[in-house]
Write a protein that binds this ligand. Structure first.
Ligand code: GDP
Ligand code: GDP
Length: 438
C-alpha cells in the first residue's frame, strides 16, 4: 500500500495549524510510547471517503517580517513540491490576496504538482463569498472557500484533494520489488551508502509515475534480484534554524517511509545513537515497517571486544520501543558488511508479511498461558479465548479475551515474546488488538 502525501502550504496566520488539527482530529496517529512523534504534530493520518492519506504541515516557526515570510514560504513550497502528491495552498479571505501569495502560487504552478487552492476564514458564505473570487487571480484553479474553525466547506475541499491523487494510490501495488527507505540524520552516510550499494550494479534512476519526488528512487540489482532504494538525502537545507532542519528531515523521513517496505535507519557510530535518531526511528516503528539499524562509520572508531556489545546496549536502550529491530555494523567507506544488508532486507520483508496459522498460534498461546498465569484484578482473572492473525505488514493479531481491562501491557509483551520465540519475526513490529468476547 502506498499512501498519498498531502502538504499544507501558506502564509503565517492564514489558519494552517487550525486546518491541520481539524483534519487530523482524533485520527492523528500516535504511538504513545514512541518518543518525539507525540509532541510534534508535523504529520497525521487522515481518512476521507475510501481514501487514506498522510497530511503534512510544512509550516514551522513563523517569521514576523515581510522578507523573511516570503523566503520561508518558498522553502515550504519547495519541500511540499519535493514530497507531496497534492499541495493544499491556504489563503485568508480576511487578509485578502497578498503579494507573497502570488509569488508562491507562481512557484507551485511551475512545479506542475496538483494544487488545491483553499480560501480560509470564510465563516459565512453570504458575507465573504464575493471576496473569494479575487483568488482566481492566482491562476492555480478554483478557490475552495472553507472555514477551518467552523468546519465549513471541508468536504468539498477534501473531494478536490482526493480527486488529484495519482491513479492507483492507496491501492495494492503491482510492483513487487522490495522498496527500501534509507533514513537518518544528516551526515550519517545515507548518500554514501546508496552510492556504495549502487556500485554493485548498474544504477537506473527511475521516475515511476505518481511516485515522483526528489527523494530519488535508485534501482539496484543484487544476486539477480532488483531492489528500489528511496534516498532522503537529496535536499540540502541552507536553513540555519535547528528546528526547521529537524522538521524538514522528519517530513522527508515520513514520506520515504510511507513508500517503503523496509527501512534502514542509519546511525553514525562516531556519534552514537541520539534522541533525534529515536525520533526518526519512531516514524518507521509507527508505520509498522520492517526495520534495520545500520551503524555506519564502523571503521572510524576504536574497537575492543566489548564495543559491539556496548553499542548494541545503548541502541536497545534509546530505541527501546523497537527491540525487534535488526542491527548491523557497517562501514560504507571500507565496504565492511554492506552487502549483508541485502540478505537482511529479504529476511525482514519476509517477516513483515509472514502469516502464521491460527491452529499453531493458539497452541503457543495456550502453552504460554499454562506457563505463566494471566493477570487478575479484584478477584477477576484474565481469560484468553482465542488468537488469530488478521493482517500482514505488519503482522497483526487479534486476541479475544473476557475483559480488556485485565489485559496488561506486560502480559501482551509476554505473549509477543513467546510468539517471537517460535516464529522469529525478526526485524518487524507486531501489532496486537485486544477484543472482548461476550
Ligand atoms: P497558521 O499560522 O497558518 O498555522 O494559522 P493558525 O492556524 O495558527 O491560525 C491563525 C489565526 O487564525 C488563529 O487566531 C486562528 O484561530 C484563526 N483562524 C483559523 N481558521 C479560522 C477560520 O476558519 N475562521 C476564523 N475566523 N479564524 C480562523
Ligand atoms: P548523508 O548526509 O547521511 O547522506 O551523509 P553522506 O553520505 O553525505 O556522508 C557524510 C560524511 O560521512 C561524508 O564525509 C562521508 O565521506 C562520510 N562517511 C560516510 N560513510 C562513512 C564511513 O563508513 N566511514 C567514514 N569514516 N566516513 C563515512
Amino acid at each position: 500500500m502506498s499512501k498519498p502525501v498531502v502538504a499544507i502550504v501558506g502564509r503565517p496566520n492564514v489558519g494552517k495549524s487550525t486546518l491541520f488539527n481539524t483534519l487530523a482530529g482524533e485520527r492523528i496517529s500516535i504511538v504513545k510510547d514512541t518518543p518525539g512523534v507525540t509532541r510534534d504534530r508535523i504529520y497525521a493520518d487522515v481518512t476521507w471517503l475510501n481514501y487514506n492519506f498522510t497530511l503534512i504541515d510544512t509550516g514551522g516557526i513563523e517569521p514576523e517580517s515581510g522578507d523573511v515570510i516570503l523566503s520561508q514560504m518558498r522553502e515550504q513550497a519547495e519541500i511540499a513540491i519535493a514530497t507531496a502528491d497534492v499541495i493544499m495552498f491556504i489563503t485568508d479571505v480576511r487578509q485578502g490576496l497578498q503579494d507573497a501569495d502570488s509569488k508562491v502560487a507562481d512557484m507551485l504552478r511551475r512545479s506542475k504538482k496538483p494544487v488545491v487552492l483553499v480560501v480560509n476564514k470564510v465563516d459565512s458564505f453570504e458575507k465573504y463569498m464575493a471576496d473569494v473570487y479575487e483568488f482566481y487571480n492566482l491562476g492555480i484553479g478554483d478557490p475552495h472557500p472553507v472555514s477551518a474553525s467552523s468546519m465549513l466547506g471541508l468536504g468539498d475541499m477534501l473531494d478536490e484533494v482526493v480527486k488529484n491523487f495519482p491513479e492507483g494510490a492507496g491501492l495494492e501495488e503491482e510492483d513487487e520489488r522490495p522498496k527500501v527507505a534509507i533514513i537518518g540524520k544528516p551526515n550519517v552516510g545515507k548518500s554514501s551508502l546508496i552510492n556504495r550499494l549502487a556500485q554493485e550494479d548498474r544504477v537506473i534512476v527511475s521516475d515511476v509515475a505518481g511516485t515522483t519526488r526528489d527523494a530519488i528512487d535508485t534501482d539496484i540489482k543484487y544476486n539477480g534480484k532488483e531492489y528500489v532504494f528511496i534516498d532522503t538525502a537529496g535536499l540540502r537545507r541552507k536553513n540555519k534554524i535547528k528546528e526547521e532542519i529537524e522538521r524538514y528531515s522528519i517530513i522527508r523521513a515520513v514520506t520515504a517511509v510511507e513508500k517503503s517496505d523496509v527501512v534502514i535507519i542509519v546511525i553514525d557510530a562516531t556519534e552514537g545513537v541520539t534522541e533525534q535518531d529515536a525520533k526518526i526511528a519512531g516514524i518507521a516503528h509507527e508505520r509498522g515497517k520492517g526495520i534495520i539499524i545500520a551503524v555506519n562509520k564502523w571503521d572510524a572508531i576504536e574497537k575492543d571486544n566489548t564495543t559491539v556489545k556496548k553499542h548494541t546496549e545503548k541502541i536497545r536502550q534509546i530505541l527501546s520501543f523497537m527491540p525487534y529491530a535488526e542491527i548491523l555494523f557497517i562501514s560504507v567507506k571500507s565496504g565492511q558488511r554492506v552487502n549483508k544488508l541485502f540478505d537482511l532486507i529479504d529476511v525482514v520483508i519476509e517477516n513483515n508479511s509472514m502469516r502464521v496459522q491460527t491452529g499453531v498460534l493458539n497452541e503457543i498461546v495456550a502453552e504460554a498461558v499454562a506457563m505463566q498465569q494471566p493477570p487478575s484484578d479484584k478477584g477477576k482473572r484474565l481469560k484468553i479465548y482465542y488468537i488469530t492473525q488478521v493482517a500482514v505488514k505488519p503482522p497483526t493479531f487479534v486476541i479475544f479475551v473476557n475483559d480488556k481491562e485485565l489485559m496488561h501491557f506486560s502480559y501482551t509483551r509476554y505473549l509477543e515474546n513467546r510468539i517471537r520465540d517460535t516464529f522469529g519475526f525478526r526485524g518487524t513490529a507486531l501489532k496486537f488488538i485486544i477484543r472482548e468476547r461476550k
